[in-house]
Design a protein around this ligand. Structure first.
Ligand SMILES: Cc1cc2nc3c(=O)[nH]c(=O)nc-3n(C[C@H](O)[C@H](O)[C@H](O)COP(=O)(O)O)c2cc1C
Length: 161
């Protein structure tokens, strides 16, 4: 059986962390969190604005070394919150600093109703990988922590992994 690693990034409410931990509990896969060297601080709206500037300029913030190495795994589930219709900049940093040749990637995103082109952008950033079971999980549109996608749908997706 393939060895799976879950890598996730989560800032606002822990929405993406919650999904990553559910996958971990059901599959027993290893799990690692992406963290920026410089934490995002300030009110939610300040981070939304900073995020917009960063996404628009293609900024890649420096991230801390990951506790586990994607090179050691065949299958990597990658979770990101949606930031301005794409992955969060820290996830772009992560994806562009590894070789994905021959790996299977399971991309998942949390969002507030505007998922944009996040999954496609993850695919573009992971050259040479194959992709399976992409998933979008919707939370409330105010940037909060209420999950709108049903737990049943999330569980059904996790069962396939
Ligand atoms: C900088 C920023 C930009 C966002 N842009 C979007 C967006 O384009 N579309 C969307 O549906 N939600 C957007 N959101 C909401 C988050 O994607 C959503 O709340 C997500 O579940 C947060 O995950 P987290 O708690 O793991 O950080 C944005 C939030 C932030 C902070």
């Amino acid at each position: 059986m393939s060895k799976m690693l879950i890598v996730y990034y989560s800032v606002s409410n822990g929405n993406t962390r919650k999904i990553a931990e559910q996958i971990q509990q059901s599959t027993g896969a290893d799990i690692a969190e992406i963290k920026t060297v410089q934490p995002y601080t300030g009110a939610y709206n300040d981070i939304v604005e900073q995020g917009q500037r960063e996404v628009n300029s293609g900024y890649k913030p420096e991230i801390k070394p990951l506790s586990l190495h994607p090179e050691d795994y065949d299958v990597i589930a990658i979770g990101t919150p949606t930031w301005w219709y794409t992955m969060a900049p820290a996830v772009l940093t992560f994806l562009t600093s590894h070789d994905w040749q021959g790996k299977t990637i399971i991309p998942f995103q949390t969002h507030g109703g505007w998922p944009g082109h996040t999954i496609q952008d993850i695919q573009k950033a992971c050259k040479g990988a194959t992709f399976a079971h992409a998933m979008k999980i919707q939370f409330d549109s105010t940037g909060g922590s209420k999950m709108e996608t049903s737990q049943k749908d999330v569980q059904a997706w996790i069962q396939q992994l």
